[in-house]
Design a protein around this ligand. Sequence first.
Ligand SMILES: Nc1ncnc2c1ncn2[C@@H]1O[C@H](COP(=O)(O)OP(=O)(O)OP(=O)(O)O)[C@@H](O)[C@H]1O
Ligand SMILES: [Mg+2]
Length: 237
Amino acid sequence: MSLIAGNITAGYGKVQILTNVGINVAPGEVHCVFGPNGSGKSTLLKVCAGVLKPWSGALELDGQNLLGFLGHEFIRAGIVTVPQSGGVFSELSVLENLQAGGLALTDKTAVRASIESMLERFPILREKKQARAGSLSGGQRMLLAFARALVSKPKVLLLDEPSAGLAPVVVKEVFGLIRDLRAQGPAILLVEQAVKDALPLADKVTVLAQGEVQFSGFAKDINETELAKAYLGLAKA
Ligand SMILES: Nc1ncnc2c1ncn2[C@@H]1O[C@H](COP(=O)(O)OP(=O)(O)OP(=O)(O)O)[C@@H](O)[C@H]1O
Ligand SMILES: [Mg+2]
């Protein structure tokens, strides 16, 4: 199930943020999007998640046109986001957060089974099932955000800076989890500032600056230093 965005131009109100951005994420592949603050990374994810309608361009999942789909239809189609900072509902319990991950789905038996498999996979979430999500540590909240996203067995997983604000040891765990997930086959679009940690995981890389693609290619063809150079160049631009 490849997610293909082509020539996306998008913005907020009258302010244009993205200009002709294209991206192609294939199953079992991690596609990293790097770029300075404010370069449009989260905006691109919002377009891919159906949260922000592009002004023009194309968006397809395995040949199916997604433009015109509503937000919950994106989730039903299999496109799910882990938003920046996880976005768990602090006032809800861990279990209620997991249930929220299945809200858009109609097969409630499958949702219950899927929640159970998440509790099996992440024992800490079972232990804290009834606890308020707001009482969890930063790392546990990110784990919950991943588990909530996985409840619907996504075909495309959109991850917005999952390592941000986490302790280094937790960052390692999060990247380990992404590595495991890739092996299970979803297409993963990973926005990150932690280039050093993310690059070894990446199959493809896109660098954005000021809402435009500056570089797009295979991760094996670039190294961290080159990327940092590109970054520094971009940061000055
Ligand atoms: N809801 C919004 N309304 C208006 N402008 C917005 C909105 N969200 C983002 N922007 C603007 O769009 C631009 C791109 O923001 P975006 O969040 O996509 O960048 P980013 O690359 O994800 O940055 P960061 O690394 O800080 O997360 C910024 O100038 C930002 O101020
Ligand atoms: Mg962002």
